[in-house]
Ligand binder design. Structure first.
Ligand code: HXC
Length: 260
């Protein structure tokens, strides 16, 4: 598939995906959705790629939300019958088992904030601004914002954000645990790519397993989550990379990973 609304670049074992509609502040329309789903599936299928970074082109926005012009022309039946935006979750979040990072370079509003929150974690530029301003359009979050934002920052702040539509700056987002780290705007992609390269240097199966475990904390009770953690840990102890990782530590050398 050739892309018009995103770009994809492979740098060693890291895939950099860039939303590329800067004239519309990278607003997310159906074409962006289709292309992103394809790009994430290609990343997942490519054994040479071990981490991905998603960012926005231009200096202003990661993504300023779902495309309001496209949505304004749709009837309620279209949203309902197409199960509007459910593929983001089913195709990108659930099927991308390998790690990926959102590098938020500016506005991450509405669907843009929700897309960033689908990442395994967020690294934000000091110019990043997060918000769920859907209430101003007479609607509400529809791609996970009310759920993921609440889990990330807690009820009080999530409720305030959704009810007032106000934006949160990068520092506040870091204090509120929405983002893992804030970096200077000019170095954002470089820093995110460096972090992704670090992840890509780890035993790949262990990376997938770590991701699966942490995600289980959001979807299960503590008891179930602890069982999932223990079982995945036990499975990893049968891997060739476990043997190699422990031998490398004892022999004081770098591990050479097989990914199994
Ligand atoms: C379509 C958008 C857009 C969007 C910006 N643009 N956001 N187009 N959908 N979400 C377009 C503008 O129309 C304009 O195009 C160009 O991008 C530049 O935007 P400006 O508004 O001129 O820039 P600025 O004055 O700097 O203001 C930036 C902004 C503002 C504060 C981010 O653009 C804004 O409030 N955007 C909407 C944010 C929003 O409400 N997002 C939530 C969407 S709802 P033209 O052609 O006019 O120059 C949503 C629902 C998710 O995401 C759930 C779905 C199920």
């Amino acid at each position: 598939m050739s892309y018009e609304t995103i770009t994809v670049e492979k740098r060693d074992a890291v895939t950099l995906i860039t939303l590329n509609r800067p004239q519309a502040l990278n607003a997310l329309n159906s074409q962006v959705l289709d292309e992103l789903i394809d790009a994430f599936a290609a990343y997942q299928a490519d054994a040479s790629q071990l981490c991905a970074v998603l960012t926005g082109s231009g200096d202003k926005a990661f993504a300023a939300g779902a495309d309001i012009k496209e949505m304004s022309e749709k009837a309620a039946a279209d949203f309902y019958l197409d199960d509007f935006f459910s593929p983001w979750t089913s195709e990108i979040v659930k099927k991308t088992r390998k790690p990926w990072i959102a590098a938020v370079n500016g506005f991450a509003l509405g669907g843009g904030c929700e897309l960033a929150m689908m990442a395994d974690f967020i690294i934000a530029s000091d110019k990043a601004r997060f918000g769920q301003p859907e209430i101003n359009l007479g609607v509400a979050p529809g791609m996970g914002g009310s759920q993921r934002l609440t889990k990330a920052v807690g009820k009080s702040k999530a409720m305030e954000m959704c009810l007032t539509g106000r934006m949160m700056g990068a520092e506040e987002a870091e204090r509120a645990n929405l983002v893992a780290r804030v970096v200077p705007h000019e170095t954002l992609v470089e820093e995110a790519m460096k972090t992704a390269a670090t992840i890509a240097s780890k035993p790949p199966m262990a990376a997938i397993a770590n991701k699966e475990m942490v995600n289980a904390a959001f979807e299960t009770s503590l008891d179930q989550g602890l069982i999932i953690e223990r079982r995945i840990f036990q499975i990893l102890t049968a891997s060739e990379d476990k043997k190699e990782g422990m031998a490398a530590f004892i022999e004081k050398r770098e591990g050479q990973w097989k990914g199994r």
